[in-house]
Structures are given as C-alpha cells and as structure tokens.
Design a binder for this molecule. Structure first.
Ligand SMILES: NC(=O)C1=CN([C@@H]2O[C@H](COP(=O)(O)OP(=O)(O)OC[C@H]3O[C@@H](n4cnc5c(N)ncnc54)[C@H](OP(=O)(O)O)[C@@H]3O)[C@@H](O)[C@H]2O)C=CC1
Ligand SMILES: CCCCCCCCCCCCCCCC(=O)[C@@H](N)CO
Length: 329
C-alpha cells in the first residue's frame, strides 16, 4: 500500500494535466482575439436595453458604431445618449429586420461590418393555449427570420473585409437562457431562441475559413424597457422559474457580451447560473478554450445532476401553482 501511494498521487496529478494537454490540441475553432477599436460594430436593437448598453460600451472602446431599430425617434434618443456618454457619434438606421430589402439597404449605407451584433428581439410570455398564433409568428419572424436577413445581407462584405485585412471578424447573436432550456410560458420565444443555436452552430462551420467567429450570448432576465413591458403580463409561474437565474443590469450583460465577442467565444454565458447552463448544454458546441473544455468534460455529470434538481424544483412549482389555483379542477 505504502509503495503504491506515490504512484497514485502521480496519476491524480498527471491525469488532469494530460487531459488539459489533449484538449489544448483538440479544441476548435482555434482561439482568436477580435479587436473593437477602430472597427465597425453594427448592432440591431441598439436603441434600447442590452443593445443600447452594448453600443455605448463599444463606442467607449473606440469602435465605429452603427445601430438599427424601427422607431426613428428612439434611435435619435439613443444617438444623443451615446454622444453624451462617450462623445462618439453613432450611425442610426431605421429599418424593420423583417424587411430583407430594408436591412440590405441599411447595411449598404453603413458600409462593411467587422462585428455584427444581431441583438434585436421581442417577447411576450404566455401559455401557448393563451397565445395568439399572430404573436407566435411575430416572435419567430423578428427573432429568427430577422437574424437570417441580417447575416445574409452583411456576410459578403464581411468576408471581403477579413480577406483584405486579415483581422478576424465576428457575428454575435443575442439568445437568452430561455434559448438553452425550455421554460413555462416561453414556447414561442424559446423556439425562436433555440433555433438561433442551430443557425449559429452551422454558420460557424461555414464562415471559419473566412476568419469569422460566431458568438451566441445567453443572458438571464435583464433590466431593460423590454423586460419591464414583458413583466406586465408574464405568467406567475414564468416569473418564478425565470427567478432561478439571478437578474442582471443591461450594462453588465453588455460587458460580458463584448468580452465574449472579443475572445471569439462561441457560447457566452453572463452569470453564474449561465455558466452552469453552458456546461449542462455544451453538447457538440464549438469550443476554443482548452480550460473551459476541461471544465465541460469534468463537470458534465455533475451539471446533469444539478439540471435534474432544477427540473424537480420547477415541476414542483408548476404542480403547486396549479393545485393552488385549481386550474385543472
Ligand atoms: N431583457 C431580458 O430580460 C432579456 C433579453 N434578451 C434578449 O436580448 C435582446 C434585447 O432585449 P432587450 O434589451 O430587453 O429589449 P428591448 O425591448 O429593451 O429593446 C429591443 C430592441 O430591439 C429593437 N427591435 C425590436 N423589434 C425590431 C424589429 N422588428 N426590427 C428592428 N429592430 C427591432 C427595438 O427597437 P424598435 O422597437 O424601435 O424596433 C429595440 O431597440 C433580445 O433579443 C432579447 O430576446 C435575452 C435574455 C433576457
Ligand atoms: C444545470 C444547472 C442549471 C442552472 C440554472 C438554470 C436557470 C434557468 C433560468 C432561465 C431563465 C430564463 C430567463 C429568460 C429571460 C428572457 O429572455 C426574457 N426576459 C425575455 O427577454
């Protein structure tokens, strides 16, 4: 026994180092740094909430920022607010992401993009039975189809630009923690956000040869005008379950998002629960960090167990709520 002890200690030490070395060789795509200073950052939904916070932070870092949204007055308000906060002038484009022609026109006017942030998004939480199909279609059209329109329109010039400059570019997509796990009240919204993961994973394969890195950002409930509006009608059960992940401020989400983009991360969690969710749902997602890959490999079983505990808790919440409110009586 005493003779085997050093051997055992050696194994315990060597095994993780060996795994880390293997992962350093394995992980793909290769890590990249994507600078913001002096580059063109185009942010949809940049007139409010998370998009406005990202536009402000990017301008502060010395990027040339363009923002796109529908409401021209809110765009002008955002332009003034960013100017006041950073002394930078941003370009504003009034367009609806559902209108492919208007999106193309805006991108043409704005010029080639280095960092495309598809952040626009709409959400109304309701049980599917209570939700009109118009609202389902509205969320899918804006959150999913709008993102397709943007990427289709921006990609050719982005590719030409990376070829010309050799500096990596980024396509960032704003998902949600409701894009990692389905939640009561979010059938349409979650579907629109889960779809973005499929879009992003496939797209990363297609654009890696052009030195373009895709980032998917997964915020929890975040204090924004959009959330304030949503909370007026969000089902109580949705409120309780969404409360499993700590709420954030838009500025903090913006900081996490921009850091993720700059380090070329594919999955960008925003808080501690988000980090757990990222491990639990890592599946076949691209990963450029050996260290995070190590945590994913080691944490997979434990996070699956944690996930089952969360589901136990959520199903209990639903059961209790229905019992109390006699919905099924
Ligand atoms: N706040 C939260 O709790 C969370 C939000 N998210 C996601 O983050 C993103 C931003 O959310 P948040 O900041 O709360 O949203 P807000 O409602 O505060 O802002 C939404 C922005 O998107 C724009 N927008 C909406 N529809 C369209 C459209 N059809 N065409 C062009 N622009 C549009 C809005 O401008 P206008 O109306 O003038 O077009 C506005 O600038 C969304 O994708 C959301 O799903 C993810 C997790 C949590
Ligand atoms: C393995 C361990 C798992 C750990 C924790 C899981 C917590 C999940 C909470 C999900 C919250 C979803 C909020 C959606 C916010 C949103 O997008 C809306 N506000 C609309 O904008």
């Amino acid at each position: 026994m005493a003779a085997e002890l050093p051997l055992l200690l050696l194994l315990i030490l060597v095994a993780p180092v060996g795994l880390l070395a293997a992962l350093a060789f394995l992980v793909r795509p290769r890590a990249a740094r994507i600078p913001l200073r002096g580059r063109h950052v185009f942010i949809t939904g940049g007139s409010s909430g998370i998009g406005l916070a990202m536009a402000t932070a990017a301008a502060r870092e010395g990027a040339r920022v363009s923002i796109l949204a529908r409401n021209a007055a809110r765009l002008e308000g955002a332009r003034a607010a960013i100017k006041a906060a950073t002394e930078q002038d941003v370009g504003v484009y009034a367009a609806d992401v559902r209108d492919a022609t208007a999106v193309s026109r805006s991108l043409e006017e704005a010029g080639p993009v280095d960092v495309l942030v598809c952040n626009h998004g709409v959400f109304v939480a309701k049980e599917l039975e209570e939700q009109d199909m118009e609202d389902v279609k509205w969320m899918v059209d804006i959150n999913l189809m709008g993102t397709f329109h943007l990427i289709k329109a921006a990609l050719p010039a982005m590719k030409a630009r990376t070829r010309e400059t050799g500096v990596p570019a980024s396509i960032a997509i704003m998902s949600s923690q409701a894009g990692q796990v389905g939640i009561y009240g979010y059938t349409a919204y979650s579907a629109s956000k889960f779809a973005l993961t499929g879009l992003g994973e496939s797209l990363q394969h297609e654009v890696i040869s052009d030195n373009i890195h895709v980032s998917l950002i997964f915020p929890p409930d975040t204090e924004t005008p959009g959330l304030a509006e949503e909370q007026k009608s969000r089902p109580e059960v949705t409120n309780i379950i969404a409360g499993s992940s700590g709420g954030m401020k838009a500025d903090d989400v913006a900081k996490k998002a921009l850091n993720g983009i700059k380090s070329g991360r594919f999955i960008v969690p925003c808080n501690f629960e988000g980090a757990m969710l990222a491990i639990a749902t890592s599946g076949l997602t691209p990963q450029s960090s050996p260290l995070i890959a190590f945590v994913e490999v080691m944490g997979a079983g434990l996070m699956r167990f944690a996930a089952l505990c969360f589901q136990w808790n959520w199903f209990s919440t639903i059961e209790n709520w229905y019992a109390k409110n006699k919905k099924n009586a």
